[in-house]
Write a protein that binds this ligand. Structure first.
Ligand SMILES: NC(=O)c1ccc[n+]([C@@H]2O[C@H](COP(=O)([O-])OP(=O)(O)OC[C@H]3O[C@@H](n4cnc5c(N)ncnc54)[C@H](O)[C@@H]3O)[C@@H](O)[C@H]2O)c1
Length: 348
């Protein structure tokens, strides 16, 4: 599309995360939200009135896809509806930004990747907003450059809490049909994605899953333990639970033959090198990268500051035709490992 024009956006799904999308589009001078859509009329109407003044609202996504004044859509619905909505949007010639988890099943994921491939002229981007934060980016570069030496282990965890009310509020949560799982595909997917992304991608996963704190409340897992082998030969693990008394506590650790980095929450908590000069150099690289991390308005704390950067990137990709930073194919790497983990856990 001509780069002088604003990107005209429709947000589909007007629940929790849509507020952040609407806020980020409002902050982007090159974008304009022209329509919002939700199956629940009251949600769509309120989103238009309160968060997207001047935008129209509808309960029918088909109307959005048929509208000539919509260039792009943000898909902010439950996991089960992502594939059908994304494929229909691309078929109708709309650029797509789809929330995580890109898909609910590996079959849905394959359909979405095929639809994106069939429309190379359209932007198909998947939300993994933490990939836009400076600390994960510089750590990924440092691992790839061999700054930590040969990577030995990469491990991650998320301990968080989701009470029964969270699952009872929306019918799709904690169900196979609506969410596709629970803690792995939803709350912890960001840290799982960062672990794989920073370590250079995984090739094998073995998994165990359990429902230890939400029996009778959800049918899917609230706790997982994964063993991983990475493409570069490193080994690793990932554990997560949403039944913990910890509100939200994440950790990622990368141990190489020369150095170690540990991230707690969104900050570097530990850096150690055998060679003090190497440690000084790496610390300076990280501090320089992170010192630029002030520009984005914060969303809810645990969503991090990345949504604005990712939405800006999406809008830029639509306007200029250049590749978005996280394509469907990029996001699908982590989704595919989520589905492989679920398949492994189901065999036990
Ligand atoms: N990136 C993040 O940090 C982050 C945080 C929260 C949620 N999410 C993701 O965002 C998505 C939505 O989560 P949420 O918490 O906002 O859910 P939600 O249940 O609060 O909102 C989803 C909305 O989508 C609507 N909807 C469902 N199918 C629809 C359809 N076919 N057409 C129109 N509307 C439809 C529902 O009525 C509901 O209002 C999920 O994929 C979730 O994993 C991402």
């Amino acid at each position: 599309m001509p780069s002088a024009k604003k990107v005209r956006v429709a947000v589909i799904g007007c629940g929790v995360i849509s507020e952040l999308h609407l806020r980020c589009y409002a902050h982007n001078p090159a974008a304009k939200v022209v329509a919002v859509c939700d199956l629940i009329p009251e949600r769509a109407r309120r989103a238009a009135e309160e968060r997207a003044p001047g935008a129209r609202w509808t309960t029918k996504a088909a109307e959005i896809f048929a509208a000539p004044d919509v260039d792009a859509v943000s898909i902010c619905t439950d996991h089960a509806s992502h594939a059908a909505l994304a494929c229909a949007a691309l078929a109708a010639g709309k650029h797509v930004l789809c929330e995580k988890s890109l898909a609910r099943t590996s079959g849905d994921l394959a359909r979405m990747l095929a639809a994106a491939e069939a429309h190379p002229d359209l932007v198909a981007a998947g939300v993994f907003q933490h990939r836009f934060e400076p600390l994960p980016r510089v750590l990924r570069d440092l691992v790839a450059e061999g700054a930590f030496g040969r990577l030995l282990t990469a491990t991650g965890s998320l301990h968080c809490f989701r009470g029964n009310g969270y699952f009872e509020k929306d019918a799709w949560r904690g169900t196979k049909a609506g969410e596709g799982g629970s803690v792995l595909i939803n709350q912890s997917i960001h840290y799982f994605d960062l672990l794989l992304w920073i370590a250079g991608g995984a090739e094998t996963v073995r998994a165990w899953s359990a429902n230890l704190g939400h029996e009778g409340v959800i049918e899917t897992e609230d706790t997982v333990a994964l063993a991983l082998r990475f493409r570069n030969g490193a080994l690793g693990s990932f554990v997560a639970t949403n039944a913990s008394q910890r509100g939200w506590d994440s950790e990622l650790a990368f141990h190489g033959t020369k150095g170690t980095a540990i991230v707690r929450g969104d900050a570097l908590s530990f850096l150690s090198f055998a060679d003090p000069a190497a440690e000084k150099r790496v610390r300076a690289r990280i501090e320089k990268a992170v010192s630029g991390n002030r520009a984005f308005p914060k969303g809810k704390d645990y969503y991090g500051p990345g949504h604005q950067a990712q939405i800006d990137d999406f809008v830029r990709a639509v306007r200029t035709g250049r590749r978005p930073y996280v394509t469907f194919a990029d996001a699908a790497e982590s989704d595919a490992m989520v589905f492989a983990a679920y398949a492994s856990a189901a065999r036990r």
